[in-house]
Design a protein around this ligand. Structure first.
Ligand SMILES: *Cc1c(COP(=O)(O)O)cnc(C)c1O
Length: 480
């Protein structure tokens, strides 16, 4: 069994095994025709149930054959131009190479004595990101597992900076289309059930700053503590960007921590054309970025950045066995001092490889392309009488619904749209997402693939209309 351990004597086996796997995946990718096979849970589950984990195959090729059956063949493919659903990007090859390197070396970024250069590389990427945001000379941050964790950590720092033991008095302000991890974080942080004050959005799905000003004033009047405002730079559902400069002014006036959730909108940090859409982000006290959403990085790759490095102390705990207090005085860089995690992947390497091979402009160009595609898709939708489209895109998201002229019953339209999404998924021809707007069912394209064309968008819209019409036709037949 020792021959399976990766070390000096097995380097050749490592090379052969991983190459075998890479060749399988490459062949699989080259042969992918659809984003999904449309397989149902009931069809796939028995194939996995059948596998006896206590009877290993002892043969990599056989295991790869089996993997084809249980996973690869029916996986949902984010790289396919007709995968238009969630905030998943196709990945860039330099980052995939980084992933292969980081798992083989398996550095853990909690302490210097488990990573060495990895720690310095991560720190340099944090500094690079903070500089792109414009957070100033005292900025710092740390890589995290995702936007959810980044938001949690940012709100932990905000809670501590609010400097009160009366957790029930703390209030967090966020728009009604902010990410649900804000609510989850509030719960985890022990805030009261009313802690998150949900604010309305304007016609463009941007936080209403008049409402924010009113609620901040009310908070002060009621003797409560405005712990944080969460501004979303790229909402998950619409890609809308809250008015950051106005929010920054209000935060300054009320002494409130400004957190910018740029999990999605962070792609603009590299943009060659649209960087100004997130102007104002430089005023933030903390920022969430998800490189695995708009920097074309594999999951996971995310970070939380802060304006003032000193605030990260709220996440510090000194353990004798790991990062004793004296290491601070010895100036040993232990990233665990800044992180909620202990053992932690060297995800930063993927971004490093990407920037070294492609440069930030390369990433920005790809992100600009999907923003442009969304603008063209919006024009298609706005001109198409079969569809109602919600808001002109600020990033790369389109929310719309099929609205047949002949059908006026809102519940019927809801069912037709729900059906179209399901039928499309089951066909595997395309994958789209859904959400609710004003209590009604809508469909959503999140465009993160520069290979997607307006032709793809038009074709998928036709497929959606076809499925919806068929459903409505059948339900009329059923009724008569
Ligand atoms: C996706 C998303 C998150 C959560 O990030 P994960 O990486 O999925 O944990 C938070 N905020 C926004 C706006 C998002 O779009």
């Amino acid at each position: 069994m020792r021959s399976h351990l990766l070390n000096d004597t097995t380097a050749e086996r490592y090379r052969r095994t991983v190459t075998e796997g890479v060749e399988r995946v490459a062949a699989h990718l080259a042969a992918t025709e659809r984003p999904f096979t449309g397989i149902a849970v009931d069809a796939l589950a028995p194939r996995i149930d059948r596998i006896d984990l206590d009877r290993p195959l002892h043969d990599t090729a056989a295991v790869l054959d089996e993997l084809e059956e249980v996973y690869l063949r029916d996986a949902v493919h984010f790289h396919h131009p007709r995968y238009l659903a969630h905030l998943n990007c196709p990945v860039v090859i330099p980052a995939v190479l980084g992933e292969a390197v980081l798992t083989a070396i398996n550095s853990s970024l909690d302490t210097w004595d488990q990573s060495a250069g990895g720690t310095l590389i991560e720190r340099k990427l944090i500094d690079w990101t903070a500089a792109r945001i414009g957070l100033g000379p005292a900025a710092d941050g740390v890589f995290t597992s995702g936007g959810t964790q980044s938001n949690l950590q940012a709100l932990l720092l905000a809670r501590e900076e609010a400097k009160t033991d009366d957790l029930a008095s703390l209030r967090v302000f966020a728009s009604e289309v902010s990410h649900f991890s804000v609510q989850k974080s509030a719960k985890l942080l022990g805030l009261g059930p009313d802690a998150v004050v949900t604010l309305p959005v304007d016609h463009d799905k941007r936080l209403h700053t008049v409402a924010l000003a009113r609620e901040l004033e009310r908070c002060r009047r009621d003797g409560l503590v405005p712990m944080a405002v969460v501004a979303t730079a790229g909402t998950t559902d619409f890609g809308s960007i809250d008015p950051l400069p106005e929010i920054a002014d209000l935060c300054a006036r009320y002494g409130t921590w400004m957190h910018v959730d740029a999990a999605y909108g962070c792609g603009l940090l590299a943009s060659l054309k649209y960087r100004d859409r997130i102007d104002g982000i430089e005023h933030a006290d903390s920022v969430t970025v998800d490189y695995h959403k708009s920097f074309f990085q594999p999951v996971s790759s995310s970070a939380v950045l802060v304006r003032d490095a000193a605030t990260l102390r709220h996440a510090t705990y000194h353990a004798e066995y790991l990062n004793p207090r004296r290491t601070v005085h010895e100036r040993i860089p232990n990233q665990v001092d800044k992180s909620l995690q202990t053992t932690r992947r060297f995800d930063a390497l993927k971004l490093w490889m990407t920037l070294r091979v492609m440069g930030a402009d390369g990433i920005g160009q790809l992100f600009d392309e999907v923003c442009d595609l969304a603008a063209q898709g919006w024009e298609l939708l706005a001109a198409d009488p079969r569809f109602d489209v919600v808001v002109a895109p600020s990033l790369s998201t389109l929310v719309f619904r099929y609205v047949p002229a002949a059908v006026t019953d809102p519940a019927g339209i809801d069912r037709a749209n729900l059906h179209a999404r399901k039928a499309l998924f089951a066909s595997g021809d395309a994958v789209v997402a859904g959400t609710k707007v004003g209590g009604r069912h809508y469909l959503k394209f999140t465009l993160l693939n520069p290979e997607t064309t307006t032709g793809d968008i038009a074709a998928v819209l036709d497929l959606i209309a076809g499925h919806a019409e068929q459903y409505l036709g059948e339900s009329l037949d059923r009724a008569s």
